[in-house]
Write a protein that binds this ligand. Structure first.
Ligand code: ZN
Length: 383
């Protein structure tokens, strides 16, 4: 049953028990009745010794549905910390205020110019479309939603500041775009730290390279701080990690391919007479939108080059239409979306700028490596 931090007394006063001493609460409880600010049903003050003091509905009230969640102690604590932080830093903030036009109660609601902000602290996994629905609702009323994810287990984070991390479809929803790239903001009520998971680069499936930075509650600002732009040196670190995983992937494709000779990847290697681990570095690079494919980039990019080669085209003769046909003919997508086409186009764009034209077939061409790196960095920053 949903737990709330605030309720109203019979004489209309809003009470947040977590902000009062325990002795005061004992006295309050004997002399008062409390009701839910939204549904007006009676709620019970829970002022035990262990959990954050809060209210609980006596019956399974329908107003449960107006919250995105509200079951855990972590959620209560985090919501309270954020409320106290905003009381200090923002002009006007409301806790658990009800928005009748949306039938929603964001954890926190900040009155700010030009648009109000709804803050949701999410601890438990809820269905992907529930978060989307709430986000769409807020935006339709010109309210900016900020979702803060409960910080994942430390073992889920990369060992170093930059490294690989599993980002499930659930986690990926919490990304929002800043001028310096995409970030997920997380908070841990136990340690009172924020974590920023930023600038994802897709490897394969749900595996991404990210940068993770910690920021304590004391050092947090309002509006919330954003991460710095990834520098050229940092991008080169990203690329080193990426290359390491690319080689691992080539190893896997070579040694452990379950489809054996049926594997399109291995078939191309045999045809080209290239050992899989000797595939040129421009096949399997982190181009824009590559995360639309669950496959590692090396698998679809090798197919793209093979497709162009089979058509007998030089790289400058290839256009958007070929990108779409490639997706259809190589069965990489039964119904290529605009995103799929964009991903292939981004790759084509890099090849067209960076391949050094020789009489060689494409896959034996040389590449202007430093130009390719600069282009990849440019796309990375724009992503
Ligand atoms: Zn209620």
């Amino acid at each position: 049953m949903v737990q709330i931090l605030s309720a109203v007394t019979a004489d209309g006063k809003i009470i947040i028990p977590a902000q009062h001493p325990r002795t005061f609460l004992v006295e309050m409880k004997t002399n008062n009745k409390f009701s839910c600010i939204q549904c007006s049903e009676q709620v019970i003050l829970k002022n035990g010794m262990i959990k954050t003091p809060h209210f609980a509905h006596t019956r399974n009230a329908s107003c449960t549905q107006t919250f995105s969640e509200g079951e855990s102690e972590d959620h209560l604590k985090g919501k309270l910390h954020l409320y106290e932080f905003l009381q200090k830093h923002a002009s006007q903030v409301q806790l658990e205020s009800y928005l009748p036009s949306l039938l929603q109660r964001p954890d926190l609601y900040v009155h700010s110019d030009p648009y109000p902000i709804a803050i949701e602290f999410q601890c438990s996994q809820i269905p992907v479309n529930a978060i989307q629905q709430r986000t769409i609702g807020y935006i339709s009323k010109q309210i900016i939603p900020i979702w803060i994810l409960r910080t994942p287990k430390i073992s889920d984070f990369p060992v170093q500041e930059m490294g690989t991390m599993q980002l499930s479809a659930y986690r990926q929803q919490f990304f929002y775009t800043t001028p310096n790239g995409k970030i997920i903001l997380t908070y841990c009520p136990q340690t009172k730290n924020f974590h920023y998971i930023s600038n994802p680069v897709h490897i394969k499936g749900n595996n991404y390279i990210v940068k993770v930075k910690k920021l304590s509650m004391e050092k947090q600002t309002w509006p919330f701080a954003i991460t710095k732009r990834i520098s050229w040196e940092e991008f080169q670190k990203y690329f080193t990690i990426y290359k390491h995983h690319r080689f691992k992937q080539l190893d896997n494709l070579y040694f452990f391919n379950r489809r054996g000779i049926q594997s399109p990847f291995l078939q191309i290697c045999y045809r080209w007479r290239i050992h899989p681990k000797k595939i040129p570095l421009f096949i399997g690079i982190p181009t824009k939108n590559a995360s639309i494919f669950s496959l590692h980039a090396v698998e679809w990019q090798i197919q793209f080059i093979d497709y162009i080669h089979k058509l007998g085209l030089a790289i400058h003769q290839v256009d958007v239409q070929h990108c779409e046909w490639f997706l259809l003919y190589r069965k990489l997508s039964s119904n290529p979306s605009a995103e799929h086409i964009k991903a292939v186009e981004s790759y084509l764009n890099i090849l067209q700028h960076c391949l050094i034209s020789t009489d060689q077939v494409i896959y034996a061409s040389k590449i202007n490596y430093s130009l390719m790196m600069r282009m990849l960095y440019g796309e990375f920053l724009a992503n």
